[in-house]
Design a protein around this ligand. Structure first.
Ligand SMILES: [Zn+2]
Ligand SMILES: [Zn+2]
Length: 211
């Protein structure tokens, strides 16, 4: 099930590990946690997101999308089937989703569960900022398998990363953190590369553009 992604450095789990080893300042571990259910994601969905983000990316402005999907009948695996592109407002180092209700409606009418989010770093490297870490905390508090995908087209070392907060340490730290905006205490110590995510070259996906 592990396969190559055309644009991503994160082509396979192996290269995620290599990327992690190469990025000294980045998160360290890539461990398969037995208590987490697998999450499958279509490679094409991530590349598609770059297409939907292209106008902003060209202007150096961040874009975001919501990852939604379903739990398999056996309850053992999530599949991200849908990219929802919400109304949003971005800057060179932040992006904020607008119209939360519309997103919720798109999910519930299709019986989809939110499984995380994806956003671009048009000019920055591939990492989670402290603001990103707090956003991920919200998703991961709802569902532990939730992921944060960063697409960084100008990062020559790592163009794509699939991250989560470490549990329990990172998640609990951020849940207790009262800072807002950028701050130093929520940093790369708080998160890790996901070991429970599998890139599926054949998975079909749909895109719902709410902008
Ligand atoms: Zn970010
Ligand atoms: Zn914090």
């Amino acid at each position: 099930m592990r396969s190559s992604c055309m644009l991503c450095w994160c082509a396979s789990s192996a290269s995620v590990a290599e990327a992690a080893a190469a990025a000294a300042a980045g998160p360290k571990s890539l461990s398969k946690r037995l208590d987490l259910r697998d999450v499958h994601i279509s490679v094409a969905l991530m590349n598609d997101f770059l297409h939907y983000a292209a106008n902003n990316t060209r202007r150096g402005v961040e874009s975001c999308g919501i990852l939604a999907g379903r739990l398999s009948a056996s309850d053992s695996r999530f599949t991200i089937t849908t990219l929802i592109v919400p109304k949003q407002t971005g800057t060179s180092d932040t992006v904020e989703m607008l119209g939360e209700e519309e997103v919720w409606e798109a999910e519930s009418s299709r019986e989809l569960v939110p499984l995380g989010w994806i956003h671009t770093h048009p000019t920055q490297t591939c990492f989670l900022s402290s603001v990103d870490i707090h956003t991920q905390c919200g998703y991961q508090t709802m569902l532990e398998e939730s992921v944060a995908i960063v697409m960084a087209p100008t990062d020559s070392r790592k163009k794509c990363g699939i991250f989560r907060l470490t549990t329990p340490a990172g998640l609990e730290h951020v849940q207790r953190c009262t800072y807002r905006g950028f701050h130093a205490s929520c940093n790369s110590e708080m998160y890790e590369l996901c070991g429970h995510v599998y890139l599926n070259p054949n998975a079909k996906h749909e895109v719902i553009d709410l902008r």
